[in-house]
Ligand binder design. Sequence first.
Ligand code: DAH
Length: 330
Amino acid sequence: MKEWYDAIKTAQSVEKLEEIRIGIFGKKGVLAKEFAKMKTAPNEEKAGIAKELNIYKSDLMSLLSECKMNLQTQELSRAMKAEAIDVSLYSQQSSRGALHPVNETMDKIVDYFISMNFTVQTGPMVEDDFHNFEALNLPKYHPARDMQDTFYFKDEMLLRTHTSPVQIRTMLHTTPPIRMIAPGSVFRRDYDLTHTPMFHQVEGLLVDKEGTVSFANLKYILEDFLKYMFGEVAVRFRPSFFPFTEPSAEVDISCIFCKGDGCRVCSKTGWLEVLGCGIVDSNVFDAVGYKDVSGYAFGLGVERFAMLIHHIGDLRSLFEGDIRLLEQMK
Ligand code: DAH
């Protein structure tokens, strides 16, 4: 029996120990054989042999379980060592994200007008004819309603072609004074170097008592805003036409690339057109039931600003999701 003690003590694995256990305690194991021998032993010796064998049995059992525990602990710690992850290792440099140029530009525009006490208003992208056209003094058959430009649904519903309908919605549910901007996506059937079917605008509207809002107020805030966006630029107002404003103007800044000398970007004019504006047409106030008020409005394309600020030549590249463009924004 002695050799079994050694076998248990020198076993190198739990598996090996199990083999030994079967060798000792199994049905055909050594103990079974020893007990079997008792049958043929003289009667008076049987009790002595049984006692001795039982002592062996319990000794071996406890030795076995002790060794098994030791081996299990060793095996566990070996496995833990092998599978350990060294968290102190430097990981590969993870790359930081960047704001999309359109978002960054939008944020900057919104920040400016918030600092000037304007509130931010939103409206639906699926609009109806009344808010997108009619109330903005764009009557039926006005050329700006051309099927070429507008995505129409059934029943006079459409994808808004500008953020101006948010003016109407805001005026319909609030009373003046109003100082609001409406940033958001707009949609037109257009696709080339400077047009995409979806782009972003910021609309602005200020309404107060009759006779308190002048073109000079509009001129002041837009000049200040454009200098905030583009640095020291010259700003000029050119007479223009929009159905919802009268008088209306388009606003240019001196070309930020050639400083006004004339280059490819400004088509040799020295000027870049950046927004449209004007004094709110009385027909618009009539459409929302406002009386004895005056106001100004303006609208701008965010992509146009972003392209100028970041010197991006093709508007479509803003929407292609090319990671190299975003990487330059870090
Ligand atoms: N809604 C015009 C457009 O989409 C932009 C615009 C021009 C808005 C002049 C105005 C404005 O409020 O006064 O082209």
